[in-house]
Design a protein around this ligand. Structure first.
Ligand code: ADP
Length: 288
């Protein structure tokens, strides 16, 4: 009976090993396919502006004695190279967000209002070019756009989270950037921060073009765009929300979206509130 017992156990082990091996290979295949898709997409996205630049440069040489033409073509070259640079910057961001070691994550107590103000500030020029107002609020109450103004108004209240500040700033910055990009002129964007039940919510609400229902579950994919032509024309790369998703995940949070075409979109980040929120202001204090 000893021999029989052994054989059964050996069989089981083999069976398990077999199953594990199959699993491993299919996982690897899926990863390989994803990587291949990604490389194809990246090369395509980079080739388009790169090709345009060399074509425009050739044309400019032919039109060298017409100042108007030279001005026109160099303007286009500048635009295409800006796009190329943006694309590469985004790819590096995405790479970082997918690889927490490269991101060099360092968690600390972070002021959510500080992050939100920075994200809004980073998009201030684009917003004002489109006459778009960006309002910040905390638990429903309007908040001064800068920390200095807030101090003057003697404002109180903030939310504190324990995470990597750069990752959260990148996420919120990208959401505000999209809100501005996909909103018509003279509209308002709201960025709201709220705390309830140990959870911090950051909401970016726009009155923009909205997202069709059947695209909603795809917009966080890399290179997915509802309208590629429009996104490209407005400087989009299709990478913004993929970056947002990864950053929010690295922060231990979740991201969700509500949207209706012609009405607008709301992106909501939910994060756990820092346990020791009171330490935010003293974190810079020298130890001992
Ligand atoms: P892109 O660089 O093209 O903006 P994203 O990954 O940031 O790429 O977004 C993916 C797609 O989701 C966009 O191309 C756009 O179609 C849609 N989208 C994202 N944010 C918004 C928004 N606030 N309003 C309307 N559509 C949006």
């Amino acid at each position: 009976s000893d021999t029989l017992h052994l054989r059964i156990r050996a069989g089981r082990i083999t069976e398990q090993l077999y199953a594990v091996l199959i699993e491993d290979i299919s996982e690897q295949r899926r990863f390989e396919a994803m990587r291949r898709d990604f490389v194809t997409n990246v090369s395509h996205e980079l080739k388009t502006p790169a090709g345009a630049i060399s074509l425009l440069a050739e044309t400019i040489t032919d039109a060298a004695d017409d100042p108007d033409m030279v001005r026109y073509f160099s303007g286009r070259i500048t635009k295409e190279s800006a796009r190329l640079t943006e694309m590469v910057k985004r790819l590096i961001d995405l790479q970082k967000a997918q690889n927490s070691q490269a991101l060099n994550l360092s968690a600390a107590n972070v002021s959510v209002l500080k992050v939100v103000r920075e994200a809004v500030q980073e998009n201030a020029v684009q917003a004002s070019n489109k006459h778009i107002r960006v309002n910040i609020s905390f638990d429903g109450t309007p908040v001064a756009p800068t920390a200095a103004e807030a101090a003057q108004r003697d404002e109180h209240g903030d939310a504190t989270v324990f995470l990597d500040e750069e990752a959260l700033t990148t996420a919120v910055k990208n959401l505000v950037e999209n809100a501005v990009r996909y909103s018509p002129e003279h509209t308002t964007i709201g960025v709201g921060v709220a705390v309830a039940g140990g959870k911090v919510t950051i909401r970016v609400v726009d009155q923009g073009i909205g997202i069709p229902a059947d695209s909603l579950d795809r917009i966080f994919e890399r290179f997915y765009r509802v309208d590629p032509a429009r996104s490209r024309a407005t400087g989009g790369t299709g990478l913004g929300l993929a970056i947002v998703k990864h950053c929010v995940q690295e922060c231990g949070g979740t991201i969700s979206v509500w949207s209706r075409e012609g009405e607008g979109s709301t992106f909501t980040i939910e994060l756990p509130e820092a346990k020791n929120a009171a330490d935010t202001k003293t974190e810079q204090a020298p130890a001992g």
